[in-house]
Design a protein around this ligand. Structure first.
Ligand code: SAM
Ligand code: SF4
Length: 463
């Protein structure tokens, strides 16, 4: 656990020299280059508290994100397989001690049905999620679930990338998981603060802090190139959590030459009979939350950052601007609840936690276009073997945009042709045209040819 150096992190948090506005301003100048900043520099930026420096921090984070990832936001939805769980995490409604939760595990047929609903909304990427359970969430079951998801085909409309958020596995099990054809394996440490971790995880395999902390290492050693990390904000001081997350990202990058493919920043939401979620021990206010997202963006410019529907629509609109590159939309956190979409805002008696953004995928698509972001349904990278160090090289050099722009345009056009409403089509088509017009001549020609193929009915056009 040496790379999460609590003593060093606490000394950075307590260092009064790192409150200097002059120093913070200098660091912001350096961060402009999109080459990253050190842990010490990140600690200084987390102390920003004047309106002028907040403005500069948010502007630099936006520019760095745009330089690497452009204005694209990649869209996905979670698919919960089961809420059975043997762990007792004090912040989660799925915890074993919650006797009021209605337990649900999807059959393979139900997984197929839920996938069909998500495909019919226009989704191309899913994140499979479940509790930890030796029988009801076995690796074998996850494999069969992935098979069901990939098997759904509605005239060429299908799920083209399945990412996974499940409990840590052994290296051998990760090899098997990889063989199922997954995209990213995600795992959130929840809290990097050891004492808090032990207080929050009362029983079950998840109590083993180190087994979880080294899960990304085992996944990488098993050949899973794209690994996502995260922390659940609200359990301990947000500065400690942010600096630990960055320490983790730097460690992976140093050790394997590939940093985390994504960083997630879930924040505690209310959850049934989950005391730590109902009264977060270190609740993070919106401004601090925006600040920590911007600091992560400046520290690891090449990493994708994910913002889920945990947050309210209004706040999401604001947070996209400081470095987010992937977002969920139209989500449900209860197994089997997509079939009831439209009738309610979720299944309170079986969901993991409450969501803040209940809008449909198409509503989110239209809204983000109106804010100047391009929705992307692209899933090309891992199918073109641009994973791990190959992806990082493109992202770090700022060249990923050359590939992503045409792919985003083609997949967004495919979405609008198949699923767009009048509202999303009106704004989306205009955005596509303006983006093409702004591109270089060779790129324009390439994109126009791709879009012609999409308009002729071809699916999954990418390069
Ligand atoms: N059960 C597996 C595990 O814990 O590793 C898979 C992931 S769990 C279903 C998904 C994530 O939800 C957790 O890693 C945690 O960060 C997040 N989560 C749990 N309770 C939450 C809450 N009340 N509010 C927001 N996020 C929460
Ligand atoms: Fe189970 Fe994961 Fe919820 Fe913990 S966070 S109770 S392991 S589903």
């Amino acid at each position: 656990m040496e790379f999460i150096n609590e003593r060093l992190i606490n000394s950075l948090i307590g260092d009064s020299a790192l409150h200097s506005p002059a120093l913070q301003s200098e660091i912001l100048d350096k961060a402009k280059d999109a080459k990253g900043i050190t842990l010490r520099e990140a600690a200084a930026l987390l102390n920003i508290n004047s309106p002028e420096l907040y403005d500069r921090l948010f502007t630099e984070a936006k520019e760095v994100k745009e330089r690497i990832y452009g204005n694209r936001l990649v869209m996905f939805a979670p698919l919960y397989l089961t809420n059975a769980c043997v762990n007792n995490c004090l912040y989660c409604a799925f915890r074993t001690g919650n006797k009021d939760l209605v337990r649900r595990s999807l059959s393979l047929e139900e997984i197929r049905n839920e996938t069909e609903i998500l495909v019919a909304q226009g989704h191309k990427r899913l994140l499979l999620v479940c509790g930890e359970h030796p029988k009801l969430a076995s690796l074998d079951f996850v494999g069969k679930a992935i098979e069901q998801v990939y098997a759904v085909d509605q005239n060429g409309n299908n799920i083209r990338r399945v990412n996974i958020n499940i409990a840590p596995l052994s290296t051998e099990e990760f090899r098997i998981l990889k063989s199922f054809g997954i995209g990213t394996y995600q795992i959130f440490q929840e809290t990097y603060h050891f004492d808090t971790y032990m207080k929050m995880h009362l029983s079950g395999p998840k109590r083993d802090f180190a087994w979880r902390l080294y899960a990304p290492d085992r996944a990488i050693m098993a050949g899973i190139d794209d690994v996502g990390i995260g922390a659940l904000f609200g359990l301990t001081d947000f500065r400690f959590e942010t600096l630990s997350l960055l320490s983790h990202a730097f460690e992976l990058d140093t050790k394997y030459g590939i940093g985390p493919h994504t960083i997630s920043i879930p924040r505690l939401e209310p959850a049934l009979n989950a005391p730590a979620a109902l009264q977060p021990p270190h609740a993070v206010d919106d401004l601090s939350f925006k600040k920590l997202i911007a600091v992560i963006r400046l520290a690891v410019p090449y990493t994708g950052m994910i913002l889920s529907t945990r947050e309210r629509a209004e706040l999401r609109r604001d947070l996209f601007s400081v470095g987010i590159s992937q977002i969920s939309a139209g989500s449900r956190t209860s197994p089997g609840s997509y079939k009831d979409s439209g009738e309610s805002e979720g299944d309170v008696d079986s969901e993991q936690f409450q969501l803040g953004d209940h809008r449909s995928l198409d509503e989110v698509v239209a809204d983000i276009c109106s804010l100047g972001y391009m929705p992307s349904f692209c899933t090309a990278c891992y199918r073109s073997e641009r994973t791990g160090d190959r992806f990082m090289e493109l992202a770090k050099s700022g060249n990923i945009g050359k590939i992503c722009v045409p792919n985003a345009l083609a997949t967004f056009k495919e979405y609008l042709n198949e699923y767009g409403t009048d509202e999303s089509c009106e704004i989306g088509l205009k955005m596509i045209e303006e983006t093409i017009e702004k591109s270089s001549k060779p790129l324009q020609n390439k994109v126009r040819r791709m879009i012609e193929r999409v308009d002729a009915g071809e699916k999954d056009v990418f390069f």
